[in-house]
Write a new protein. Sequence first.
Length: 608
Amino acid sequence: MCGIVGILGKEPVAPLLVDALRRLEYRGYDSAGVATLEDGRLTRRRAEGKLRNLEARLKDEPLAGTIGIGHTRWATHGRPTERNAHPHATDRLAVVHNGIIENFRELRQRLEAEGDVFETETDTEVVARLVTHEMRKTNDPAAAVAAALPQLHGAFALAFLFDGHEELMIGARKGAPLAVGYGEGEMYLGSDALALAPFTQTISYLDDGDWVVLDRKGAVIRDAFGAKADRPKIRTSAGAFLVDKGNHRHFMAKEIHEQPEVVGRTLAHYLDMANGRVRMPADLPFDWAKLDRITMSACGTAYYAGLVGKYWFERFARIPVEIDVASEFRYREAPLSAAGLSVVISQSGETADTLAGLRYAKEQGQHVLSIVNVPTSTIARESSAAAPTLAGPEIGVASTKAFTCQLAVLACLAIGAGRARGTLDAERERELVAELVKVPGLMADALKHEAAVEHVARDIAKTTDVLFLGRGTNYPLALEGALKLKEISYIHAEGYAAGELKHGPIALIDETMPVVVLAPRDAIFEKTVSNMQEVAARGGRIILIAEETAADEAGLVPAGMIPMAPMAPEFAAIVYAVPAQLLAYYAAVTLGKDVDQPRNLAKSVTVE
Ligand code: G6P
């Protein structure tokens, strides 16, 4: 999955394309490229690696032209070399692509048989050559694109630029997002509203199957059948967000530190604090009291948020919750009852597997409630109802503030569902709301222990394997802590339910492997203490994240201690996420890793 942008402008577009690509780099950063028309002739610059390499290239060899397309890549077909970087071009056109053309081998064979010689290993070059073939027949770019699109199987967002056509750009969308932006005598295409934020706040999202012909005056959108289509123009607020690091070294650090504020903002949206009640999203098309089951699906960190949510929904609202990673859910043909609700969770709202899970649930006749951070995303738009997380743009590839905001929303929904189903009385609801209200302050407290985390992280950075343990809602948090560490420091880590320790991972314990134990004082604290004793008895090195007195009470001398304030156990997982994130962050910083853009990952995974 990649980021694409196109501009029909008045000024030289190359710097503007790079600016837009910077905002899209979260979608991939293996290589980048731009193409413009210089005096009507197609010219391109591409570079392997991060966007700064392309910028350096453009500094040495600038590109003129007021119309152009740009791309930042996350490699699917073909290594991330300059040759495989987009835009891909023929003598007639250049194209940028986000997605996968599934039948590209078959198309390539056909085109090769007709005499085409391919330069790259990518699926995208097939698109460039196929449209060029069609153009040779008609000499009409729009007719050529219209003829080529039905031949492409798979998911794509495309933007085409044509040699000799200063007043023309064509975009197409199937299964990957694409937005049209409207300016004053300028027009834009982009993977999302954020990319276009510096240029315009007026955009239309293309529907699946749509394609669009742009000139500087406007856009003509057609649906998959070629009929003119009207897609609503909306005003986005993406421009309101400043995407910078503030005083922090990395976006991830900034986003970790923003959590008291954004979790507070999210809670304020869902809580009527004066009356100690949850404010549920309005106009939900289902009745919580009549649900017999919730089926959740999500990917990565959002999946772990769902796992925590399962505990809350089952405890507070007594609804059975089934949860799957979306890449499994979409294919396992789960029987879904009409009285069930599907919940999907996604920061970006564009994750391909999660979107496919959503569509599967809808096909089965279920209502889908999405918990999303990008309100204009495909997932938000396709769900029956969307519950927003108010985290603001998350730029660091490793999710942090979106995760804790997802937890905040799940906690509120579970309490609200409990009230609707009569499993929580008003008094208990008030108590739980009072506990939730304390969470942002407790997160701010946790941030004060940053130095202690940094100290422990330096130690962790020397190791090759780490085990994370937790029970109850802290079990998914152990999984998330391990994921964070893997993602950004490349240290191997595993999360385990503390009770499972003796069923396998205990064999790994020796005097070198750190075992991070997330142990808030909850009803099963004593059980977690027993698990720590089991580790200690085998010479294991415990890193304890718990109240300051916990080690003494457990009779342990941990190798590392991250102290936490006393708190009620119900929502401790939201607060304990902070040291888990900081631990990964400082381990990666100690090792000199690229924290915000870890190798091989991308923030928004819009391919399978
Ligand atoms: C990618 C990101 C993860 C994220 C996951 C799901 O793998 O690197 O940080 O948790 O996608 O993304 P979503 O946008 O659906 O929450």
